[in-house]
Design a binder for this molecule. Structure first.
Ligand code: PBG
Length: 332
């Protein structure tokens, strides 16, 4: 639809910007606490909150502290938390068996959250990298990332998470066929109401650097992830991946990273009209925090503006490390 504009001075477009009241009336998009998913890092131990150097303001928390964070999130009205484990190097193996252990950090954290904050939806990440000795999301044999063998392992991992009480399974591995395999395994096991939020269009990005520090995967990673994560030059391919994942039974889809990929978010939402999420990843968070700490930008302003931009692009929600800070501001 083409907006109609009368000739000047009949139309003075500044009229609708004249006061906060009028601006509020005509505002097209808003950010609310309902739009936020808070990614958190889990580590072992008790009573531990440890700063992540490359992500100022972000902590690795032991399971008891994760439970406290969930209570805080619930009080702030944040609907969902997404868990990322910082796994002890001694537990990383070639077969990644820790990934589907019922007692791994992620699964213990799910149960701990469910016990104290039942209203929070718990989302998980499904990929082998936190458990893999070589830092890749899939099994590596002779330098090749194996697809089908990895999918089998991911299905076991997703089932263990659902068994522990996860509400939303988030495959972030970019293997082919994993959404369908997980969906049918979840159905067979009776987990009919567990959602899949697929990291469908996930790019091989430099913006993940600080995250790999946070989960202790940077040192381990050999090579890059370009044979499974997407080429930043592609857009049509993202549409094919989204369509494929929806056909395999994804309930919601994600574009990742965020700000540099808003064109993809917009295209996904207008093409499929499906619940669409974006991940404002670690590097985006770190850039905003670093500039703010140097006094080069107003951190709060840029945080809120960046999150609103996702809504304008068509996203229904955003995974953001800024979730609690944002919710505090939105709640006044
Ligand atoms: C693991 C995973 C990654 C992120 C989320 N899940 C890193 C990667 O793919 O290397 C990145 C999140 C962030 O940077 O904040 N598959």
């Amino acid at each position: 639809m083409k907006p109609t504009v009368a000739p000047f001075p009949a139309a003075r477009l500044r009229r609708t910007r004249v006061s906060p009241a009028i601006r509020g009336l005509v505002r097209e998009n808003t950010l609310t606490t309902d739009d936020l998913i808070w990614p958190v890092f889990v580590r072992d131990g008790e009573g531990i909150e440890e700063p992540v150097a490359s992500m100022p303001g972000v902590l690795r928390r032991s399971v008891d502290k994760i439970a406290e964070a969930a209570i805080e999130a619930q009080a702030l009205g944040i609907p969902a938390i997404c868990l990322f484990p910082y796994t002890d190097a001694a537990l990383k193996t070639e077969d990644c068996a820790e990934a589907w252990s019922p007692d791994n950090l992620c699964n213990r954290a799910i149960r701990a959250i469910k016990a104290v904050a039942p209203d929070i939806a718990v989302m998980t990440d499904v990929a082998l990298d936190p458990y893999n000795i070589n830092g890749h999301d899939g099994y590596v044999v002779d330098g090749e990332i194996l697809n089908d063998e990895t999918v089998e392992a991911l299905v076991k991992m997703a089932l263990a998470q659902a068994e522990s009480g996860a509400d939303i399974i988030g495959p972030s591995d970019m293997m082919d066929g994993r959404v369908g395999a997980m969906r049918s395994a979840l159905e067979s096991a009776g987990h009919r109401n567990v959602s899949i939020l697929s990291y469908s269009a996930k790019y091989a990005s430099g913006f993940y650097g600080p995250f790999r520090d946070a989960v202790g995967a940077s040192g381990a990673l050999q090579g890059d992830k370009k044979t499974y994560q997407m080429d930043p030059g592609n857009s049509d391919e993202a549409m094919r991946l989204i369509e494929r994942d929806l056909q395999e039974g994804a309930d919601m889809v994600m574009v990742k990273p965020g700000i540099a990929y808003l064109d993809i978010c917009y295209r996904v939402k207008t093409t499929f009209g499906t619940p669409t999420f974006a991940y404002q990843v670690s590097g985006e968070y770190a850039m905003i925090q670093a500039a703010a700490q140097n006094g080069w930008i107003d951190g709060e302003k840029v945080m809120l503006e960046s999150l609103l931009a996702f809504k304008r692009a068509g996203c229904d929600g955003i995974l953001s490390y800024f979730a609690p800070q944002t919710a505090r501001i939105l709640n006044g």
